[in-house]
Design a protein around this ligand. Sequence first.
Ligand SMILES: [Zn+2]
Length: 104
Amino acid sequence: MKRVYSSPLITIVENVKNVLELHGSRCIVRNQHLSTALGEIPPIECWPQLWVAEEDAERASQIIDTSFADNVSPQGNWICQKCKEKLEAQFTECWNCGTTRHKQ
Ligand SMILES: [Zn+2]
């Protein structure tokens, strides 16, 4: 198994899982109960994680990039494609490296 995605919000991880399953990848969620037990946003190693079979990992990553790169949360927050900085919806470019929100 290989980890292809993680987020502090289980709803997002479940959403990604649903999309991957629509594409025929079998996946499992790990740590899904850990974070709620803590009652606050946990350290990154405790985030809910999405794992797929080794042979599905590359395809799953591409699906995630395509489906979620520009809109990873219901609030419209996004992640910089270049430096992976997490950014809020109101920013149109990354404050860290200047990459614009839209794919180049
Ligand atoms: Zn950036």
